[in-house]
Design a protein around this ligand. Structure first.
Ligand code: IMP
Length: 181
């Protein structure tokens, strides 16, 4: 039995999306990607750190040939406020020209991070750039971005678990929890 509430650092969070619901939804996204990218050998680009569990579970549902790569950017720096300044910590090490790219991100909040990443990738002449986001907060979105695969649309409240952190903690929770204010 998983707890209904958890304490992460100095805040309380309540259960929002169960591990089972996450898993069921990721299977559906995987099937869609299998259909949409059959014979295209897409490159899945995980955005660290938050993507690590989502990326692992998503690629397990993908049964077409694909490659895996990672980038690392920082925008939150551990707190609950999104930063306007995005820092690039680790760039892609592969040539992506002519390739179909699927950016795998834990959450699209203001969309500023995804804009930064999409623009950076688009400048390298890929065949296409698509986005797979575990979570999307439509009410926080500030960018005009197409999000092709979204597992869950959520309200504009801070969440932790399943790869997402608060002050560096909570990434190891199997479920997604929402802050209790
Ligand atoms: P954006 O640039 O505002 O879209 O923020 C994207 C990044 O901020 C994500 O990749 C997360 O690392 C982080 N982030 C945004 N919302 C949350 C949240 O509710 N919990 C934990 N991290 C978040």
């Amino acid at each position: 039995m998983n707890p209904e509430t958890v304490t992460v650092a100095d805040k309380t969070f309540k259960m929002m999306i169960s591990a089972e619901t996450i898993s069921t939804r990721i299977k559906v996204l995987g099937e869609q990607i299998n259909q949409d990218f059959a014979d295209q050998k897409p490159v899945l680009i995980g955005i660290l750190n938050g993507c690590f569990l989502f990326m692992a579970d998503l690629v397990k549902e993908i049964n077409i040939p694909c490659e895996i790569a990672f980038m690392k950017v920082s925008s939150y720096h551990g707190g609950m406020e999104s930063k306007r300044v995005i820092t690039e910590d680790y760039d892609l090490k592969m040539d992506v020209s002519g390739r179909n790219l699927i950016v795998v991100e834990d959450i699209v909040d203001t969309g500023n991070t995804m804009r930064f990443i999409s623009d950076k990738l688009a400048a390298r002449n890929p065949a296409s750039v698509n986005v797979a986001a575990l979570l999307y907060k439509p009410d926080a979105m500030e960018q005009d971005l197409e999000l092709k695969y979204v597992a869950f649309e959520i309200e504009n409240k801070f969440v932790v678990g399943y790869g997402l952190d608060y002050k560096g903690l909570g990434r190891n929770l199997n479920e997604i929890y929402q802050v209790v204010l």
